[in-house]
Design a binder for this molecule. Sequence first.
Ligand SMILES: Cc1cc2nc3c(=O)[nH]c(=O)nc-3n(C[C@H](O)[C@H](O)[C@H](O)COP(=O)(O)OP(=O)(O)OC[C@H]3O[C@@H](n4cnc5c(N)ncnc54)[C@H](O)[C@@H]3O)c2cc1C
Ligand code: FES
Length: 272
Amino acid sequence: MHKRIYQIKAKILANAKVRDNYFHCLLQAPQVAGSALPGQFVNIKVSSGPEPLLRRPLSIHRIRGAEIGLFFEVVGEGTRLLSQRKPGERLDIIGPLGNGFNYELPVTNYQLPILVAGGMGVAPLVFLAEKLAQIPMSKSQIPIALIGAKTKSQILCEKEFQKCGCSVKIATDDGSAGFKGYVSDLLKKILQENKRTREQENGIYACGPKPMLKEVAGLAKKYRIPAQLSLEEHMACGIGACLGCAVKTIDGYQRVCQEGPVFAADRIVWQK
Ligand SMILES: Cc1cc2nc3c(=O)[nH]c(=O)nc-3n(C[C@H](O)[C@H](O)[C@H](O)COP(=O)(O)OP(=O)(O)OC[C@H]3O[C@@H](n4cnc5c(N)ncnc54)[C@H](O)[C@@H]3O)c2cc1C
Ligand code: FES
């Protein structure tokens, strides 16, 4: 299916610090809002001047009518500049880009979505949770959202997942909240305890650091659960031209910005 991609000057409606280095940005972007799917992203010209040259990719975090929400962490110059943009200004964005999560699987009484988010990996998964909340499901199908963070103060979007009706479980590396350990270890524990078979699972949807995704892929294989992973690679063009974001898959190298960012877990060839 041909997907339309827009380059627009989106009006900034809000851009505010949520806490620490985390920001919410709300943009008026009816074209993007009207067609974006969870897991897709926008590529942003973060400043109004010529520098930095390269755009920065951010996941679409939520959609409210004609507005799109972004949730980002300031980690370097690009995100710092973005955090300084003011409501009323226009932001040059291209999107929606990439292939998102396939979540419209046939829903039966036995299917259960498990969302696994590590750190900023929450960003696209909240949008997915909002979409899942629109699908009629039975009580046994309430999505589980696993959120991983280093420590309690870094847990992100717990309330957002709860508002979408997810059963939220937390994992912190230091044990300051919820399960002590990595979010992939929490997933392992849940899969071990539940002893679900492939037929009873809808699937795993994960986004986070690569080592986490690799663990999730291993568990999905072991328990024969279909899993979709959203990868985050450094990007240059963001539109499939430079090959800078290629990852190894069983079908050869594929571009995270074009064939991804969401890939079936069993297609990724993990490099050491
Ligand atoms: C498809 C996609 C969706 C993304 N969605 C979000 C999101 O919703 N929210 C969010 O906060 N971030 C997201 N990111 C990551 C975000 O694009 C980077 O943090 C941002 O580009 C960094 O730009 P910078 O100039 O601030 O930092 P830089 O100065 O470029 O880098 C600062 C640090 O961040 C690391 N880094 C930079 N880019 C990436 C990347 N793409 N993946 C992993 N590490 C990186 C660098 O190695 C360096 O250590 C996404 C990335 C991709 C590819
Ligand atoms: S960033 Fe250029 S091909 Fe993906």
